[in-house]
Design a protein around this ligand. Structure first.
Ligand code: PSU
Ligand code: MN
Length: 304
């Protein structure tokens, strides 16, 4: 007989917000455990939650701890995700295995979006989405973020996709997968560390209110069976020449070290943070903060 155990736990504030029908913003945890160095990761995790609260919404950082899916983390749980060495990186396909085996995991965009929708949360802030990796025509390395967002009703605020990816190919895949993209106060698709990836966007919005109206229209005409991406460019971007040289050395280093699969993204991000002397980290932190603020405004506007 399989023991019946509780697989999902809500934090007190998220439970209260769900009961009151007040705005909630989902946050991923892979950024915390695999995307940012310690100890800044914990500071940032706390700070973005505060930003969301200060704008009248409730943060729900999502992770799996000791086999239980957590929607919203207490401070000691945030500390666990930021500091424990046994936190694996889980995409959607890993979730049930991690849960059944009683393990702990940080959730990617794909896994976080899945669990957020399961919990009835439809606004999500992250840094940069996963996408099609450079050289994917040989490696087939395309993030499961894309396929997850092709079948989930969620609004994801991000700074575009990571500049380490093949951005043109990623935009083509977003089109194929019927994932809508709007630029927030911009006509240019941002490239994570850059305000402009060099690719133009067809749709532009000027306010959180306007995004809330699009969310409403999506439901009314039933195109909400895939995600809406809000591309929010970072204000102070990274130096382009520095970025390009670090990216080239990072891709080379990853190849030399035989880094594959889900280790590629954390490996290259870590290389960036080390090689840029903190410049990429500062930009990365700004991105997460600014996206969280906008997501809170969208969640709040959607309730009005
Ligand atoms: N963007 C960041 N930092 C990150 C990630 C994205 O600035 O840590 C993470 C997200 O969790 C995203 C994941 O879902 O990388 C994508 O990983 P992959 O390329 O292996 O699918
Ligand atoms: Mn991959």
């Amino acid at each position: 007989m399989i023991k019946s155990i509780s697989h999902i736990k809500f934090s007190d504030e998220v439970r209260a917000a769900r009961e009151n029908g007040s705005p909630i913003v989902a946050l991923e945890s892979t950024i915390i455990s695999h995307g940012l160095p310690r100890p800044q990761n914990l500071h940032v995790a706390r700070e973005v939650e505060e930003i969301i609260r200060s704008r009248g919404a409730t943060p729900a950082t999502i992770a799996v701890i000791d086999g239980v899916v957590h929607i919203g983390l207490s401070d000691s749980e945030l500390i666990a995700i930021a500091t424990r060495d046994d936190i694996v990186k889980a995409s959607s396909r890993d979730l049930a295995i991690v849960v059944a085996q009683g393990k702990s995991a940080a959730t990617t965009v794909a896994a976080t979006a899945h669990l957020a929708v399961l919990a009835g949360i439809n606004v999500f802030a992250t840094g940069g989405l996963g996408g099609v990796h450079q050289g994917a025509n040989e490696s087939f390395d395309e993030s499961a973020d894309l396929t997850a967002l092709s079948h989930l009703d969620i609004t994801v605020v991000c700074a575009g996709v990571k500049s380490i990816l093949d951005i043109g190919a990623t935009l083509e895949r977003l089109e194929t997968l019927a994932i809508a993209v709007v630029g927030f106060k911009t006509n240019h698709f941002p490239g994570f560390y850059f305000t402009d990836s060099g690719f133009t966007l067809e749709h532009r919005v000027e306010s959180a209110h306007e995004i809330a109206q699009i969310v409403q229209s999506r439901a009314a005409i039933a195109t909400n069976n895939s995600a809406l991406i809000v591309a929010n460019p970072v204000v102070k971007e990274m130096n382009h020449a520095l970025h390009d040289s670090i990216l080239a050395s990072g891709l080379q280093k990853a190849k030399a070290n035989n880094i594959t699969g889900k280790d590629v993204t954390p490996f290259i991000l870590e290389h960036f943070h080390e090689a840029s002397g903190g410049e990429s980290l500062a930009v990365n932190i700004e991105i997460i903060k600014s996206n969280s603020a906008l997501a809170a405004d969208i969640a709040t506007a959607s309730k009005k």
